[in-house]
Design a protein. Structure first.
Length: 331
């Protein structure tokens, strides 16, 4: 299927042109099912399941729940779901997790921290599609050369591991050589931002942090409440905790006894995304990842409520923009 056809086919299955980003520790089957039922792509990192056997159970749970929803709501079927695979040498479970994803024919695979053509080929063997996280043009070109179907531009302001490039710059430059599926990540928590992502040239918005402050999220109550109270000024960009630069909440850094304004630089070689129980997992548990778009969060609510709000905002923003265009044309 051609790149533009993949994007169009996927958008037709969505209530809002958005994908919920997979979040380490935070994303779980309950959240994914709620996101898909609400009409956006739900996702989770495979390593959130503490073993390959549990991953198998999670995928069975998600598949059965969405099938039941579709049977009961044929007029409004659920959106497809995605699994995030960490393609890094420290992930000792990668091959086993890929086999489980093939077994369940996971509709969408999101690859991060590495791109391997044999994994892309394995997903394509049953008709699955692969989107790859990138923060610059070098990573984008490599991902496409190795067989990724689409790209996720992780720009400045995104939660967790994020790049520093403006979305205006990165999306524009990617579109000079790639017309396939393009997702945009970075401070997307409002319906206007979803529309803006499309206006810039992306096919879909990629939103994560806005779903942390939801009832379904596997996050501590203190974490969720912090998002309600925090603003973009509370986001700290550092590579101290995992070896890769990312965005984190100032409050959690201070709670760990560190000064957010005077953090040392980490050695990238310490980066570890293994199969559980490692220092990286502890870092994400105690040091809270978060993007800059949290200013719109004013309460903890359900995933369905968040998607409904964003859909209304998106529809209103689109109508307003069309109205302005009509007025200019009349003049």
């Amino acid at each position: 299927m051609a790149g533009s056809s993949i994007a169009n086919a996927l958008k037709q299955k969505l209530r809002l042109p958005a994908v919920a980003a997979p979040m380490f520790i935070i994303s779980n089957p309950k959240m994914v099912i709620a996101q898909c039922r609400a009409g956006i792509v739900g996702s989770f990192p495979s390593l959130n399941a503490r073993s390959t056997e549990i991953l198998d159970e999670w995928l069975t749970e998600i598949t059965e729940a969405l099938a039941a929803h579709n049977a009961a709501n044929p007029e409004r079927p659920a959106a497809p779901y995605a699994v995030n695979l960490i393609v890094h040498r420290s992930n000792t479970r990668l091959e086993q997790d890929v086999e489980i994803c093939i077994k369940h024919k996971v509709p969408i695979i999101i690859t991060s921290l590495g791109a391997r053509p044999e994994i892309n080929d394995a997903i394509h063997s049953y008709g699955g599609i692969v989107f790859h996280d990138i923060i610059n043009l070098t990573h984008a070109r490599k991902a496409l050369e190795k067989g990724a179907d689409g790209l996720i531009a992780v720009c400045a302001g995104a939660g967790g591991h994020a790049g520093t490039l403006s979305p205006f710059a990165l999306v524009q430059e990617i579109r000079q050589f790639f017309d396939g599926p393009l997702l945009l990540s970075g401070a997307i928590a409002h319906g206007r931002s979803v529309l803006a992502a499309e206006a810039m040239g992306a096919d879909l918005a990629y939103a994560g942090s806005v779903f942390i402050a939801t009832e379904e999220a596997n996050a501590a109550p203190e974490y969720k409440q912090c998002l309600v109270e925090a603003t973009a000024d509370d986001i700290v960009y550092t590579n101290l905790f995992t070896g890769i630069h990312g965005n984190y909440l100032r409050q959690s850094i201070e709670a760990a006894g560190l000064d957010p304004k005077n953090l040392p630089t980490s050695d990238p070689s310490r980066m570890n995304f293994g199969s559980g129980g490692n220092q990286a997992a502890k870092a994400w548990r105690d040091i809270w990842g978060c993007g800059q778009g949290i200013g719109v969060i004013d309460k903890v609510e359900t995933v369905a409520s968040v998607v409904h709000r964003m859909e209304q905002e998106y529809t209103a923003a689109r109508a307003e923009l069309l109205g302005k265009r009509s007025s200019l044309a009349a003049e």
